[in-house]
Every structure is written in structure tokens, then in C-alpha cells.
Design a protein around this ligand. Structure first.
Ligand SMILES: [Zn+2]
Length: 130
């Protein structure tokens, strides 16, 4: 089995979560809240042996693109983190905090991080990524 095949296979497994995630996300990006945009399944690290719904977020192409290109962060886009860091979905919170770390040094981002209270399960999850 080639690497390319494994990745495609994984993506097709992830895509099966689309329906449930649409319901959870109420058809808007779980990070920035944008509506009427195509959303895709993004797996929050660290990767597990088999994909798990609870470890995925449903996000728009803008958010996805920003994750893939951390050197070209549009910090004004990420003001949306003011809402998503308080998400009731642990996977969304984890992604929001990870992105907040990328924005370290921006006064609003540092302030938000300082005032953030995270559930132990979210702290544990973040500890496993770094
Ligand atoms: Zn988004």
C-alpha cells in the first residue's frame, strides 16, 4: 500500500463524518463561523489509528488554507478565535488554541490566551500535540 493510497483512503473515511459534522457545525465553519462556504473535514493532531469523529473539525477553505500556510497568517481573520476558543466541542477548542499560539505576540491574542480557561481534557489533548 503506497502512502498516497493510504492518504486517500483516510480522507474518504474522514469524509464519511461530513453528515454528522454538518449537523454539529450547523452548516457554518466551526472556527470562523462563516456560512454558505464549502466546508471540509480536518483532523486535529495527533492522528489516531482510525479516524474519530470527535477528533475532527469542520472548517472552511480559508481556515484550512491558513493552517497549511502558517507563514502567511491573516491575523484579522483569526479574530474569530474570540468565539471559537469557547466552543463546547473539545476538537474545535484545541484547534483554536493551537492557532492562538501561532498568533503569539499579537496583544489581543496574548490577552485572549491569558483569560482562557480550558477543561482538563483539552489541556491533556494539547499536551499530547507538543
Ligand atoms: Zn473558517
Amino acid at each position: 500500500m503506497t502512502r498516497g493510497y493510504a492518504q486517500r483512503h483516510r480522507q474518504s473515511e474522514l469524509n464519511q463524518f461530513g453528515k454528522s459534522l454538518t449537523r454539529r457545525a450547523k452548516s457554518s465553519c466551526e472556527l470562523c463561523g462563516v456560512v454558505h462556504k464549502p466546508l471540509s473535514v480536518f483532523e486535529v493532531p495527533p492522528q489516531t489509528t482510525t479516524p474519530e469523529l470527535e477528533r475532527c473539525v469542520y472548517i472552511c477553505t480559508t481556515c484550512h488554507h491558513q493552517f497549511d500556510n502558517p507563514k502567511h497568517l491573516d491575523s484579522s481573520h483569526w479574530r474569530c478565535l474570540h468565539n471559537s476558543v469557547w466552543s463546547e466541542v473539545p476538537a474545535v477548542q484545541v484547534m483554536a488554541v493551537l492557532q492562538l499560539k501561532q498568533l503569539q505576540g499579537k496583544p489581543w491574542a496574548d490577552e485572549l490566551r491569558d483569560h482562557l480557561y480550558l477543561q482538563p481534557e483539552v489541556e491533556d489533548w494539547l499536551a499530547r500535540i507538543h
